[in-house]
Every structure is written in C-alpha cells, then in structure tokens.
Write a protein that binds this ligand. Structure first.
Ligand code: PLP
Length: 371
C-alpha cells in the first residue's frame, strides 16, 4: 500500500483557528504589536512557570537567543562545543568573534562526550556549549564539574529539549543558561521564536537590552545590540500552543512507539537510545544505518515514495563550506561517522499509524534488497 499523500519530515502543530483568532483579537484595540507587549509578558511568565526556569527571556528566534546570550555573558577566546548540531550553534560562537573548539560525541546518544572535554580546555577557554541532540540530554553533572573546576560558563543548546525533564528536574534549570527554539518545526513553537532560561538575574537586564539595539533608556544606548524581539502575534501563537503542548507530545509519542514496534529487530538499522530518567518530547526519530550508502539509499528510496526523511545532522558543522580550511572534521571521528549514517524519519503530531507503517514497510523493503 502506498501512502496516498506525501509525508514530510515534520508538520507544524497549530491551535484551532478560532482559538488563535480569539487570542489576537484584542491587538486590534491595543495596537501594541511588538516591543515587549502584554502577550510577550504573559508568555514569558507562563513559560518560566511551566519550565520551572529560574528566569526566562523571549527572542525573535532561537538563534538570536543563543547569539545574544554569548554576547551578554561577555565570553572571550574559545568555546568548547559539538559539531554534531544545527548550523546555529557553531555560527553563534563564530559570529561573536569566538573560536569554536570541537569536542567529539558519544556513539550511544550523540551528545557531547564529557570524558573528552577536559583535554580541550586551554587558558583561552571561557565556556562550554553542548547540545541536547534529538532530546537526548547531555551529561549534566560531569559538565558542571568541569565547568566549576575551570570556571567556565555552561550554555546548553536545548532547541530539541523543550519540556523535557531528567529525574524530575526540567532541563531549563541546567547550566548557566539554556536556549530553546520555538521555530515552526519544533515541538512547541511561536512560528519563529526562541527563549533563554538563565540562572543569574543580572543577565536578564543585558539580554533585554541586547535584543532591543542596546537601548537602556530614551536617550542612552549602552550596548551594541541587535534586534531580536518576539512580537505579539508570535507570543499569542505561543500562548495557544502551550495549552496543547502535552496533548501534541502524546500524539508524537504514539507515532514514535509505533516506529519502535514495527522497526525493532530490523537488520541494518539502530533505533534511538532511550535515556534513563528522561521524559522525552518526541521531537525526532533518528535511525542509524550500518553504512553511508545504506543511509543514502534509504533517503532516496523513501523520496521516490514521496516520503521525506532528513539527513539531520549532515554534514557536521566543522565540515561546512564556509569553514573550509578552518576546522578539521576528522578531529571528531565519531561525529563525522554518525553524520554519514543517520537519518531522521518523519515524526509529528497527527502522523497516523498507517503512515508510520507505510514508512517502515518501504524502509524494510529497501534494507532487504541488501545494499
Ligand atoms: C532549531 C535549532 C536552532 C535554531 O533555532 P531557530 O529558532 O531556528 O533560530 C539551534 N540549534 C538547534 C540544535 C536547533 O535544532
């Protein structure tokens, strides 16, 4: 049986149309559309509460949240990070005039290998920037320990980990700061948007300024800021989506469980690891193939059936064209190898059991042709 419609790798969650309409109607009265308005304030407080974050600041997108957090912290020199991530993580470091130092990842869950961080610390190191890849949480305690020993800041790229907890503690509480992305493709979104959860209250003032051109008061501009404010329509989308977040996550879980059920035992692929004590948001379903050739055949084969998986993350950021000659991708062999064999399968709330089964059937068929 063929899926009768194309299946994309993701599909944005949307609140009922009437709900959003009702939410935004007062904006036609207030005419206050951006610049930290009432919706912005409400969403900030609600998210702070929902994530049990010490403090939280909203942004126009996740990338600017990360870039301006690094700036607000006044980091210098080198930042230890992972190349197995989205472009944003590495670009945020480089665009701050800082030097990314790439740490390899673990073969098991694809997060930064904490055992390899210390050998990368130099006198110039000012921070560690790990990523909770696919919602797998990093080795928080070990990273914290190293950071304390060398007095480094820890900023998590938590773009994939919204709402997740480890042993009951929300990931928004980890490190000095955690960046969340509310891009349309993420489990919780504000169309475009993002936030930083942070520990030190003083950082908040700096973030507030930097997302608004460095403006302190009507006549004083005391920071070289950017423009990264979340507008009221985005915040309204967030207020609506937050009401439906848990039910959307349950639907994603259904699809993810079905993938596991149908694909378990399939020769030639490894299913995603489940970390102990972690409540997942089911943002991604990455499968690892034995070879790059098999991964690419699966990707192409699915595409011929109008099913769009994603080579996520491929290539690793240290291999990007824009960084050619600057970094050596071979220095993180595990990340390089995983990036060539990984494929994330379609996963979103509302992906039906029939659709999951169709994806699996085609995948198993491709694998059984013995490439
Ligand atoms: C989505 C994402 C970002 C960037 O977030 P935007 O909101 O799209 O700017 C950064 N890091 C990772 C790992 C992401 O997946």
């Amino acid at each position: 049986m063929e899926p009768n419609q194309e299946i994309r790798v993701t599909r944005s969650s949307m609140p009922p149309w009437e709900e959003y309409l009702q939410e935004i109607r007062p904006l036609w009265e207030s005419r206050w559309l951006t610049n930290m308005g009432e919706y912005h304030e409400r969403l900030e407080r609600q998210l702070e509460e929902y994530l049990h974050a010490p403090h939280l600041s909203l942004f126009s997108n996740g990338h600017m949240a990360l870039e301006l957090t690094l700036q607000a912290m006044g980091l210098t020199g080198e930042v230890i990070t992972t190349p197995f991530t989205f472009a944003s993580t590495t670009h945020a470091i480089v665009r701050n005039g800082l030097e990314p130092v790439f740490c390899d990842i673990k073969d098991s869950d694809y997060t930064m290998d904490a055992a390899r961080i210390e050998e990368l610390v130099t006198e110039k190191t000012s921070a560690i920037l790990p990523v909770h890849v696919y919602g797998n949480l990093c080795e928080i305690e070990k990273i914290e320990q190293i950071a304390r020993k060398y007095r480094l800041k820890v900023i998590y790229d938590a773009a994939h980990a919204f709402g997740e907890t480890k042993d009951g503690v929300n990931c928004a509480c980890f490190g000095d700061a955690s960046m969340f992305s509310f891009h349309a493709t993420k489990v919780f979104h504000t169309i475009e948007g993002g936030a930083v959860a942070y520990r030190e209250e003083t950082l908040g003032k700096e973030l507030y300024k930097l997302k608004n051109f460095g403006i302190l008061s009507e006549t004083i501009v005391d920071g070289v800021g950017s423009n990264a404010k979340m507008n009221e329509f985005q915040a309204a989308m967030g207020l609506c989506n937050l009401r439906h977040f848990e039910e959307e996550t349950k639907k994603r879980k259904q699809a993810a469980l079905r993938y596991r059920e149908v694909l378990s035992g399939t020769k030639g692929i490894r299913l995603p690891l489940k970390q102990k004590g972690v409540t997942y948001n089911y943002g991604y379903f990455p499968v690892l193939f034995a070879t790059e050739l098999q991964r690419d055949s699966a990707y192409e084969g699915l595409k011929r059936h109008h099913i769009f998986a994603r080579k996520y993350f491929y290539p690793i950021t240290s291999a990007f064209h824009c960084y050619r000659g600057k970094f050596d991708p071979e220095r993180t062999p595990v990340a390089l190898d995983i990036s060539r064999r990984i494929l994330t399968l379609p996963l979103y709330a509302g992906l039906s059991q029939g659709e999951v089964d169709a994806v699996c059937r085609i995948l198993i068929e491709i694998l059984s042709h013995g490439l």
